[in-house]
Write a protein of this length. Structure first.
Length: 95
């Protein structure tokens, strides 16, 4: 996958700039690399959080519409079996 690299300017205060510079030097990297990595990691983390939030919203809407659910005990028992190495199907949802 090819991407176009574009220059972007951000304003940061001098203390953060110096901290980035010092950290980059200690990592034998450039401040530019460090900032790119920080932004990439932040975006990936926030995308995962948003995906989880959307999944939770859809799950809540489905529960509101159908009433189907598992109890905490049912879910814990199933997860314990999986943790013990048993290949078991999840319990049936119920109202």
């Amino acid at each position: 996958m090819s991407s176009v690299i574009q220059t972007t300017t951000i304003k940061i205060d001098e203390s953060i700039k110096q901290r980035v510079k010092a950290l980059a030097e200690s990592r034998h990297r450039t401040p530019h690399w460090l900032m790119q990595e920080a932004i990439r990691e932040y975006v990936e983390r926030e995308e995962k959080r948003e995906a989880l939030r959307q999944d939770a919203r859809r799950s809540w809407e489905e529960y509101q519409a159908t009433g189907l659910h598992l109890t905490l005990e049912e879910a814990d028992e199933w997860l314990a079996q999986l943790a013990d190495g048993k290949d078991t199907e999840p319990p049936e949802c119920h109202v």
